[in-house]
Design a protein around this ligand. Structure first.
Ligand SMILES: *[C@@H]1O[C@H](CO)[C@@H](O)[C@H](O)[C@H]1NC(C)=O
Ligand SMILES: *[C@@H]1O[C@H](CO)[C@@H](O)[C@H](O)[C@H]1NC(C)=O
Length: 229
C-alpha cells in the first residue's frame, strides 16, 4: 500500500510539474498569472477584480473544501505536512464512500492564532473538492466539509518551498502592499466577523517537486453591498 501510494504521488508529481511560468513582478503592475498546475489539474475558478502593485484581488464565487480539524503547531510546514497526509489518504479512498477523488490544487492552510501555549498557531488544512464531487463530498472521520460563500481574496504569489521563516514575511509584504487601500479596510472589517483566520497559505505543488513552485498568501474578506469601490 505504501509503495502504491508512492507510485500515485509520483504521478501527482509529474502532473504538477511544469517548467515555464513567472511569478509576478513586484516592480510593475502586472496581471497575476494563473498557477501553472491549474492547466493540468482542477483548481477553483475565480474572477480577478483588481490588480495592484504586488497583489491582486480575486473573487471566488463558491468553493467546497474538505478540511482537517484545527492542528496546533508552531510550524506551518509541519502542520501542512500532517494535514496533507490526512487529505491524501482521503482522496485515495479512505472515506466513508471508499471513493477515489481526483487531485486538485491548491492545498490551503488557514492560519489563526491559537489559545494554546504562546507561539503555537492553529492550522486548518484543506483540499479543494472537484466540481464532480461537490454535491456530495465523501465524509470521513476527522475531516469536515466547508462550503464557502462568495469570498474575496487579496493574493500575493511567491515561489520556492514554503518555509516557516518566509511565510510571515510574505504575509507582511502583502499587508504592506495593501496599506492604505480600500481592500485593507475591507480585510480588517472581515477579520472582526466572518473570516477569523489571519491569512491563508495556498500551495500548488506536491512536496516532491523542487522546481518552479508557486505559492500564494491569501487574505480573505467579504464586501458588503454598500461597499463602494
Ligand atoms: C461568478 O458569479 C458571477 C455572478 O453570477 C458571474 O458573472 C461570474 O462569471 C462567476 N465567476 C466564476 C469564475 O464562476
Ligand atoms: C458574514 O456573513 C453573513 C452571512 O453570510 C453576512 O450576512 C454578513 O454580512 C457577513 N459579514 C460581513 C462583515 O461581511
Amino acid at each position: 500500500m505504501a509503495a502504491f501510494n508512492f507510485f500515485k504521488l509520483s504521478i501527482l508529481l509529474s502532473l504538477l510539474s511544469n517548467s515555464h511560468f513567472g511569478v509576478w513582478s513586484e516592480t510593475k503592475q502586472s496581471k497575476g498569472i494563473s498557477p501553472p498546475s491549474c492547466s493540468r489539474i482542477e483548481c477553483p475558478s475565480y474572477d480577478v477584480i483588481h490588480v495592484g502593485s504586488g497583489y491582486e484581488i480575486r473573487r471566488y464565487n463558491s468553493t467546497v473544501w474538505t478540511s482537517t480539524s484545527p492542528i496546533q503547531d508552531i510550524s506551518l510546514v509541519e502542520a501542512t505536512r500532517n494535514g496533507f497526509l490526512q487529505l491524501f489518504d482521503y482522496i485515495q479512498g479512505k472515506n466513508n464512500y471508499e471513493e477515489q477523488i481526483e487531485m486538485t490544487a491548491p492545498v490551503i492552510a488557514e492560519i489563526s492564532p491559537s489559545d494554546g501555549p504562546i507561539c503555537e498557531s492553529s492550522f486548518v488544512v484543506s483540499f479543494y473538492v472537484p466540481k464532480v464531487n461537490q454535491a456530495d463530498p465523501p465524509p470521513a472521520k476527522g475531516l469536515h466539509v466547508q462550503r464557502w460563500k462568495p469570498v474575496y481574496a487579496a493574493v500575493r504569489q511567491f515561489s520556492g518551498f514554503v518555509a516557516d521563516s518566509d511565510v510571515g514575511e510574505e504575509a507582511a509584504a502583502l499587508q504592506a502592499s495593501l496599506d492604505g487601500t480600500i481592500w485593507s479596510a475591507a480585510i480588517e472589517k472581515s477579520h472582526g466577523s466572518n473570516h477569523t483566520s489571519v491569512y491563508t497559505v495556498a500551495q500548488y505543488n506536491s512536496p516532491f517537486e523542487f522546481d518552479d513552485r508557486v505559492n500564494e498568501i491569501w487574505m480573505l474578506f467579504d464586501i458588503k453591498d454598500d461597499f463602494t469601490m
